[in-house]
Ligand binder design. Structure first.
Ligand SMILES: O=C(O)CCC(=O)C(=O)O
Ligand SMILES: [Fe+2]
Length: 239
């Protein structure tokens, strides 16, 4: 298993200044490889271990698209907990910068545990970390992962399979609503073991009078063939 230390080192080694610039330009940014293919397979393989999950969502049944995902319990597998803990301080820098530009409060403490405790106290007490599984013909409708008032403005999805080798189609989609204009769509191919950092709810975009909040939604285009699995890391808790 990849050690927590190796995961933290990989996260810390990313060029977070460049990633922040990329986030400001496109609303999403692909990190270098954070976990190796064997670890990706191990994490993806957890899907069948029912005891690890608090619930399973059949996306078609809820009209969320087609495919399935499972919410981990709070007892996260070690590499998943390590990824989340390692990513938080870097995302926090961007979150605070965005809040400052938007003139909004930045309620997120330095410590992820402290932030999660605040979520729990406010009634957002369930794990929001998910393992997703898309087969041929599956897709994820454009959505936002909001569960209540407490929101962390960035999240990360880790590709667990490789486009081209394991599946085709299945691009990650980001759609930004622009003030008094039509929306902009951006597609990204997830890379196996890499993270895509993206905007959860909205982000600062330049406007005539400084900055305004540009609403963002995300989803996944139809998987044309094969199996596409991913790990979704959200930094607030679910209700
Ligand atoms: O499977 C993906 O690439 C995106 C999944 C998703 O909606 C998320 O991570 O929040
Ligand atoms: Fe999502």
């Amino acid at each position: 298993m990849t050690s927590a230390r190796a995961i933290t080192a990989a996260v810390d080694a990313a060029d977070w200044t460049a990633l922040a610039t990329e986030l400001d330009t496109h609303g999403c940014a692909l990190t270098p490889r954070l976990i190796d293919p064997a670890e990706c397979r191990r994490i993806a393989g957890l899907y069948d271990d029912a005891a690890r999950f608090r619930s399973t969502v059949d996306m078609a049944r809820h009209r969320f698209g087609s495919g399935r995902y499972r919410y981990f319990t709070h007892d996260l597998p070690r590499p998943v907990a390590a990824l989340r803990a390692a990513l938080y301080p870097h995302l926090l820098t961007v979150a605070r910068d965005w809040a400052a530009r938007l003139g909004r409060p930045a309620p997120w403490p330095d410590s992820l545990d402290e932030w999660l405790a605040r979520c729990h106290a406010a009634g957002q007490a369930k794990s929001a970390q998910i393992l997703l599984r898309y087969e041929e013909g599956d897709w994820n409708a454009l959505h936002r992962d909001l569960f209540g008032d407490l929101v962390f403005p960035l999240q990360v999805v880790i590709g667990l399979d490789e486009q081209g080798a394991d599946y085709t189609g299945g691009e990650f989609l980001l759609v930004e609503q622009r003030p008094r204009a039509q929306s902009r769509g951006t597609s990204t191919v997830l890379k196996q073991g890499h993270g895509l950092v993206f905007t959860t709810r909205d982000r600062p975009v330049r406007s005539a009078r400084g900055w305004s909040a540009g609403p963002v939604r995300h989803g996944v285009s139809v998987v044309r063939s094969g199996l596409r699995r991913s790990l979704g890391l959200v930094f607030h808790e679910a209700a």
